[in-house]
Each structure stands twice: as structure tokens, then as C-alpha cells.
Design a protein around this ligand. Structure first.
Ligand SMILES: Cc1cc2nc3c(=O)[nH]c(=O)nc-3n(C[C@H](O)[C@H](O)[C@H](O)COP(=O)(O)OP(=O)(O)OC[C@H]3O[C@@H](n4cnc5c(N)ncnc54)[C@H](O)[C@@H]3O)c2cc1C
Length: 698
């Protein structure tokens, strides 16, 4: 077998034609691949919606692997194959290494066009969120840099072999070498560790080097690649013009410091250049600099904008943002450039509904998922609450069976929740001594739920009691749904010394109806402790279920008002929970403490959540197999547990309700820290639920 070398030279004209054509073919090929990537049903990797498999033969692990494959490997392989063919393997029989060297360079020019196209905000491709295209942009960029590097190395070898190394100093080649160095710097700064350590440097260098290389490559390429350069410059200039069109200068005069972690910013909706249509839109914010040139530079050439999701509904008067305190300075009364909004891509919704002008967020249509009914679990962590809340409101308004968990670190973050969102359950994971200097006022300022549908009877009841009366036969299973060792306020008052504050006044009933706070006494790390589910775990979980270990750690109501200390020890079932720092207890002075107001009915847990049997029973309790009448029947519980896990008698996987997964219609949404999203995904996939993650790795 013979390898190409520098000794075979095609005639100039043929070589010229081949490399011009190859670059064009590659350009077309990549654009077609992008279209497939974005729009091909099921195979599409532009969004992370996992649809359960239709058959019950595949294991959960296979499903999981399939997602990984689809989301990363498919596109890379296709484009890599195209690049290899168009740069190396077609015309390989000519054995002309010079041709390959030249084609690699030319193909870099053609790849640059889709590379920039993929960064357009918003994407010109219909129904595509530009952020979903970033993974292909990254991979295309890597291929481009690789090709450019091989092109440079091969040319250097050729010059060395033909003893014309001096040619490297020719101006056209210097442009090429500088561009190559620019590519290498971009690639190096894009490594996730370096990128995350200082995003600004990554961002600024990315833009500056892009402008530089686009222009320099025009003077390097022979024959001139004028069409490609025009296309590249058009994209860059169009981006600037479109950004100007989509940007408004806004004075931020409503900034609220809700907690050490979060700020809430409210902007009148009519100040946005483009009004939101769907829930979960985001806007991009940039500083307005006093210095004219700095302003031009950072808004035109290097738009260092920060994306933030709109927490309010499109029909609200104000666009509310919840912004995690970071390096981006938010100054009351400061001027900012606000671009957008940018519509999300929520593949699980019937998105046409939002476009209908008659769509009112307060009117139940039951059409959010087409004509299907669905059960929805939303899991969000930290600032990703902005993604979950509007969706939760929408689902609540349309009376879907849904629940949302919000996991956050700091008790002060509760200040974000100013109204009683039905079906919202909050977990506070950080309970340092600092946080214990807080009183949570359960008799909240907020008397009525402020959903667009108006007053709702359910708002006054704690969620855990919302479906059953305390004396109803279903109570045991309701207790399980919460936690085997948790109590509601009534039970707590009977089993312990009810704090006098609850009993001494007429408002005691009102207190009982106010928020429930649980505390978990689990491990002490700050990581979110979702159950990591795997097939191997199933057996263990099955046995744990009956000992209670499968649930989150013992929790019970905490007497918030007792002695002015937030958390105290208390006894339940002859076990003692919690800890008391007596010195702190003495120091605790109610008058100097912060107050956090929690809307009535909100369910708050102190600790880390576990996705498990509790959720499965909540999803499947319509089966009536395990209701309040037979909850003590361990065989029944075992059966429903295995069934909900999709495990048959011999350990093989079954689909819980039906082999037709479309019928099951459980949708799990996750957004937030990567660990939380991953664990939720594993759990959803294990149970063969539909899963969508809102996670952008910029
Ligand atoms: C679609 C989307 C919606 C978002 N919604 C919210 C929200 O509602 N609330 C919220 O608090 N945060 C949100 N974020 C994250 C937020 O944009 C970044 O945390 C913020 O830009 C960080 O600014 P900083 O100066 O503090 O960053 P730095 O401290 O400089 O960097 C911290 C990290 O933030 C990210 N980041 C920084 N600048 C940008 C940028 N221009 N574009 C994208 N990511 C960046 C990078 O991952 C970086 O590593 C969202 C991000 C995206 C992509």
C-alpha cells in the first residue's frame, strides 16, 4: 500500500479545481448535517428530550447510553467523516500530499462559515434555541483547528523538504501562521477549566481572535477565498446590527437584595425590544459603560452579555429576573443594555399554543401537551428556579398533576418566594450557624394565592394535606408520601409539647394551616443528595423501603418559635433529633433576627431531597392497588414498588402501566447544577419517564 507523499504533483489546474470543489462540497455537507442534527425526529440532538422506549426489552442502562450517544457522537462522526473524505480520502489515488495539504487549508475556510453561523443569536434556523447549537459549534471549531494545524505542519514539512523554509516569512504565510496561533489560543482558552476560571478572558479573546482570523485568512488564502470571507463578515456584521435592533437601554430601578445569593430585578415588560411568548424566555444584559469607546467595544465587537431567564409569565406586566450574585455588577439606578427576549425551545410543550394570541395563561385549556394528560415533576436547583416557576404556574393553572422541587442552599433564599405556588416544595441544604439566626414567620403576610386564575381554596392548606382529611383512611399513605417519620403540624402538636404560641391565641388554627417546615438530619456535605439509582441498587432499595431507609433521613417538624432559636432538639418516637448549641441559644435574640416571610401552604424541607418511592407513589397512586386500606399489606407495597420501578418478578424490566410508553406520560424536567440534573436524569431514565434537561454548557 502506498501513502501520499510530496513527490506526486497533480497539474496546477486540476489541483486548483479539486480543492475549490472539495471546500464547496464540505460546506454543503456540513449544512445538511446541521439540518439533520436539528430537525431529524427522534435522532435530533439539539435538545435533550428523552422519550421513553416503546418496547420493554431495553434496560434502563441502555436507555441512558442511548442519550449519551445521540447527544454527542452522532454529529461528530458525521462531520468528521465529511471532513476526512473531502480533505484526504477523495482523490487519495493521486498520492499527492501537496493536494491534501492545500485542501486541508481551503476546507478550513469553508468550515468557518457554518462555525460562525452556529453562533448567531437568535439562530436563523426556525424553532431552534441558539444555545442548543453550541455543542456543534464547539466540535466544528475543534475540527477546524485540527485541520489548520495539520495544514501548517504539512506545509512546513514541504518547505523544509524542498529547502524553501524562508517562504514561511512571506507576508501571506505570516498571516496564516498568526491565524494558526490565534486558533490555538482560542482552543486553549476554550478548555472548560480555563474557560470557567475566567469567562471574560475566554469571551473577549474569542471575539477579537475571530475578527482577526477572518480578515487575515482572506490575505493568506491562495486563491483568495473572497466568498467565504464575505459570508463570515456578513454574519459578524449582521450580528451587530441585529443586536442593536434587539437591544434597549434600561435603567434598573427595581433591584431587591433578597438574600446573600440572589437579587431580584424587575423591568417593565414594555421596555423589552421583543416581548416574550413562551414561559422560560431569557434576556441578555450588558453594562452600559461611561467611556464611549469602551461602550462601543463591549457592545458592538465583543458583546459581553449575560443571559438571565425571565421568572415571570409572558402576560405579566414586569419581567422579573432572579440573578445569582456574581461578578456582573447590578447597581440600583444603573443603565444597562437589555437584549431580547430570546424564546426557549421547550420540545415537550405544544409550542404553537403560546403563539396563539388568544392564549391566556390564566385560562385552563388542557392543551399544553396536545390532547394528552401528563404528570410532571420539575426539579430545579439554585437560580434555575427561574426556569421552573413559570412552567409550574402554567401547569397549575391548567390543573395538571405536577410538583416542583426547588433545592437551594440558603434559608434567606426563601425570600424569593412571595406567593404560594401550589405544588412547590423547597429544600434548604445549608444550615450553618449563621442561618440559624433567622425566624421564619409562618403566619405570612401573604393571605391569598396570586395565581392568575384568582383565589384558590387549596392555597390555605399545607400541600401534604391538600388531598386528604386528617382523619381520612388515606392518611397513612399520605404520611408515606411525605416521609415515614415526618409529621404535619397537627400530629406534632399532639405528640409533643405544642409551643404555647400556637395554642394561646385564636390564630392557632391559622398557624396550623401555614407553612410546614421539615428538617432532615442527613449527611453534612453540601452536595445535593439525590438517590443515585441503578439496576444494582434495586434489590437494596427494595429491602430499604420497608425499613424506611429508602426515604430521606428522618425529618420532623421543627418548632421555629421555641426560645427564639430556629432549630432545636426534639424527640420523636423516643429518638432525639437535631443539636443544640447552648451558647448560641443564649445569644439568640429575637429582636435582632432577620425575618423571612413564607407564604402560607408552602412546604419547606431542611436537608436534601431524595427522588424515590415517595414520588413513584405520588405518580401511580391512581392504581388503587396500594391505598389507605391496604397500606399495611407489605406484599402489596412490595408489588407496587417493583412495578413502579419497572421490575418484573424475575427481575426483568417491565413498563409500569403499559407497554405503550406514550400512555404513561410522566415528564421529568430538571434544571440547575449538573449533579442535580444528572441524578434526576438517571432516576427518570430508570423509570422510563420522559425527561428534559434545561442545561447549557456555554
Ligand atoms: C439561558 C441561560 C439562562 C440563565 N438564567 C440565569 C438566571 O435566571 N439567573 C442566574 O443567576 N443565572 C442565569 N444564568 C447564568 C448566568 O448567565 C451566569 O451565571 C452569569 O452570566 C454569570 O455572570 P458573572 O459575571 O457572575 O460570571 P463569571 O463569574 O465571570 O463566570 C461564572 C460562570 O458564569 C457563566 N457565564 C459568565 N458569563 C456568561 C455569559 N456571558 N454567558 C453565559 N454564561 C456566562 C460561565 O459558565 C462562567 O464560568 C443563565 C445562563 C444561561 C445560559
Amino acid at each position: 500500500m502506498k501513502f501520499p507523499d510530496f513527490n506526486h504533483k497533480l497539474d496546477r489546474e486540476t489541483s486548483y479545481k479539486i480543492r475549490i470543489d472539495s471546500a464547496r462540497y464540505l460546506l454543503c455537507f456540513v449544512f445538511i448535517a446541521i439540518i439533520f442534527y436539528v430537525y431529524l425526529p427522534k435522532l435530533s440532538i439539539s435538545y435533550s428530550l428523552h422519550t421513553p422506549s416503546r418496547t420493554n426489552t431495553g434496560s434502563a442502562h441502555e436507555s441512558k447510553r442511548k442519550i449519551i450517544n445521540l447527544n454527542s457522537i452522532f454529529m461528530i462522526c458525521i462531520v468528521l467523516a465529511g471532513v476526512c473524505y473531502n480533505s484526504i480520502f477523495s482523490y487519495i489515488n493521486t498520492l499527492d500530499l501537496v493536494l491534501i495539504t492545500k485542501r486541508l487549508g481551503r476546507n478550513c475556510m469553508s468550515l468557518y462559515v457554518p462555525l460562525l453561523f452556529l453562533t448567531m443569536r437568535p439562530s436563523p434556523l426556525p424553532n431552534v434555541l441558539y444555545l442548543n447549537l453550541i455543542p456543534i459549534h464547539k466540535w466544528l471549531g475543534r475540527l477546524l483547528v485540527l485541520q489548520a494545524l495539520i495544514h501548517t505542519i504539512l506545509y512546513t514539512c514541504l518547505y523544509y523538504k524542498t529547502q524553501v523554509l524562508w517562504k514561511l516569512t512571506k507576508l501571506a504565510n505570516v498571516y496564516g501562521i498568526v491565524s494558526m496561533l490565534g486558533f490555538l489560543v482560542i482552543a486553549w482558552l476554550s478548555i472548560s477549566k480555563i474557560r470557567r476560571s475566567d469567562y471574560r478572558i475566554f469571551y473577549i479573546s474569542h471575539y477579537i481572535l475571530t475578527w482577526m482570523t477572518v480578515i487575515m485568512l482572506q490575505y493568506h488564502a491562495r486563491p483568495r477565498a473572497t466568498y467565504y470571507t464575505i459570508a463570515n463578515l456578513s454574519i459578524l456584521i449582521f450580528q451587530i446590527l441585529y443586536r442593536i435592533y434587539l437591544t434597549r437601554e434600561v435603567v434598573f430601578d427595581d433591584i431587591e437584595d433578597v438574600s446573600p445569593t440572589f437579587k431580584k430585578v424587575r423591568i417593565p415588560m414594555n421596555l423589552l425590544a421583543k416581548k416574550p411568548i413562551s414561559p422560560g424566555c431569557h434576556i441578555r444584559i450588558n453594562n452600559k459603560h461611561d467611556n464611549f469607546f469602551k461602550n462601543i467595544f463591549f457592545n458592538f465587537f465583543v458583546p459581553l452579555q449575560h443571559p438571565y431567564t425571565i421568572e415571570s409569565l409572558p402576560t405579566d406586566d414586569h419581567c422579573t429576573l432572579i440573578i445569582k450574585t456574581g461578578r456582573f455588577p447590578l447597581v440600583q439606578g444603573g443603565s444597562y443594555y437589555v437584549s431580547g427576549c430570546f424564546e426557549p425551545r421547550l420540545p415537550f410543550f405544544n409550542n404553537n399554543l403560546f403563539k396563539e394570541t388568544k392564549y391566556k395563561y390564566s385560562t385552563p385549556f388542557k392543551k399544553l401537551f396536545g390532547n394528552k394528560d401528563k404528570t410532571i415533576i420539575i426539579v430545579t436547583g439554585g437560580s434555575a428556579i427561574t426556569f421552573g416557576l413559570p412552567i409550574l404556574q402554567l401547569l397549575n393553572n391548567e390543573n395538571y398533576k405536577c410538583k416542583m422541587y426547588w433545592i437551594t442552599r440558603d434559608l434567606h433564599d426563601l425570600n424569593l418566594i412571595k406567593k404560594n405556588y401550589q405544588n412547590l416544595e423547597i429544600y434548604i441544604t445549608k444550615t450553618t450557624s449563621e442561618d440559624e439566626n433567622i425566624i421564619i414567620d409562618r403566619n405570612s403576610i401573604i393571605g391569598g394565592i396570586n395565581l392568575e386564575g384568582g383565589y384558590d381554596q387549596r392555597e390555605t392548606n399545607p400541600l401534604i394535606q391538600s388531598t386528604v382529611e386528617l382523619n381520612s383512611p388515606e392518611l397513612p399513605i399520605q404520611s408515606m408520601l411525605s416521609n415515614p417519620q415526618s409529621m404535619n403540624l397537627n400530629e406534632y402538636s399532639e405528640s409533643t409539647n405544642m409551643p404555647h404560641v400556637f395554642k394561646a391565641n385564636d390564630e392557632s388554627e391559622e398557624f396550623l394551616k401555614s407553612s410546614i417546615v421539615y428538617r432532615n438530619y442527613g449527611d453534612s456535605t453540601d452536595e445535593i443528595d439525590f438517590t443515585k439509582v441503578s439496576k444494582e441498587d434495586l434489590k437494596r432499595k427494595k429491602s430499604q423501603m420497608f425499613t424506611g431507609e429508602n426515604f430521606r433521613q428522618p425529618s420532623a417538624l421543627v418548632d421555629l418559635d421555641k426560645d427564639g432559636v430556629l432549630f432545636d432538639t426534639y424527640e420523636y418516637n423516643s429518638k432525639s433529633y437535631g443539636s443544640v448549641n447552648s451558647s448560641k441559644k443564649q445569644m439568640a435574640n429575637r429582636t435582632s433576627l432577620d425575618k423571612i416571610f413564607i407564604p402560607k401552604g408552602l412546604k419547606i424541607n431542611i436537608g436534601r431531597p431524595t427522588l424515590g418511592f415517595k414520588e413513584l407513589l405520588w405518580i401511580y397512586n391512581e392504581d388503587k392497588e396500594c391505598n389507605g386500606n391496604n397500606v399495611n399489606d407489605s406484599t402489596c407495597l412490595e408489588n407496587i414498588y417493583l412495578k413502579t420501578l419497572g421490575v418484573g418478578p424475575e427481575g426483568n424490566y417491565l413498563l409500569p402501566n403499559s407497554t405503550n410508553t406514550e400512555d404513561k406520560d410522566v415528564l421529568v424536567l430538571a434544571a440547575g447544577p449538573i449533579g442535580l440534573v444528572e441524578n434526576t436524569k438517571n432516576w427518570a431514565i430508570l423509570h422510563n419517564f420522559q425527561f428534559y434537561e434545561e442545561a447549557f454548557f456555554v
